[in-house]
Design a protein around this ligand. Sequence first.
Ligand code: MRU
Length: 346
Amino acid sequence: MPVKLPPPGVRWIGGPGGVLKVLDQTELPARVRWRSCRHPRIVFDAIRRLQVRGAPLIGIAAAYGMVLAARGCRTLKQFARAGARLIAARPTAVNLAWAVRRMLALQTLDRRRLLSEALLIHAEDRSACQRIGKHAYFLLKEPVLTHCNAGSLATGGSGTALAGIYEALSRRKKMWVFATETRPLLQGARLTAWELSRAGVDVTLLVDGAAAGLIASGRVRSVVVGADRIAANGDVANKVGTYALALAAKEHGVPFFVAAPLSTFDVATPTGRGIHVEQRDAKEVLTSAGRRTAARGIGAWNPAFDVTPAKFVTAIITEAGVVRAPYGASIQRITGGRSAKAAGRP
Ligand code: MRU
């Protein structure tokens, strides 16, 4: 049965001289609005503001951004500098650096060639999502708890964490999903709840602080999240709050799954301690819907991600199969030891 997915997060319109359209996720679910990007600076800005977000989708947007960048470059050196600027937009999601380096590895300014690589990156992610969904379908037991948004809106396909839910739907099996609100930017409330409910999934929203209690109550049978970067030893960087879910899941014997494409593995980083966690503007915490909620004079600590040690992860679901502990060896096997950060290809 076909599943109703949200509009694609990015679309390339036209040929090598075309334009990148980005679905502005900061406006969802109230408005479906597209931003046109004709310059890599605009792609940078859209990534920085989280108009386009989710590790795999950021990588895809950056690949198209490199097609735009080639227009303004006369040398490969200039092109590499444009790539470095794009990579700086968000430091934790390794898919961004992976995609830019893959474009640079072509060693060309030929936009036709670059566009076909960007389209390939996009298509590969779509098919990775589909394969992740098939593996996840057999592992996830409902009700499922998820965090942030690792769905269609975060990828080029049906998602990572949510791909198994969509796979179930396509087999006419309904799944009940608990989604955390995901403070401070509410990706769970605004995006996950929206995309799942419009597809016909039963979604129950909870505030982040209620998640441990929900897990303790025995009402969820699996937890599944996405990832922004997975170190060589299986430590997982994902949306802040993920670590707390993993701790609670471990304590209460609930399986804790991470779903991610191979482009999210960074085997050049040995452990999670080496992962740079993006710090965001304190304003995101001190305000709500644009209005100040905390008293004046208060500071805020606002990491976008946290790192969950591998020992709390039951399994990592990839397009190439399911990876389990000991993670060092299984990740080495599944990635062929190649670093998403350093290499061009997965
Ligand atoms: O800050 P965001 O919204 O880009 O964070 C997204 C996440 O943390 C996702 O879980 C992760 O990127 C995986 S998306 C398939």
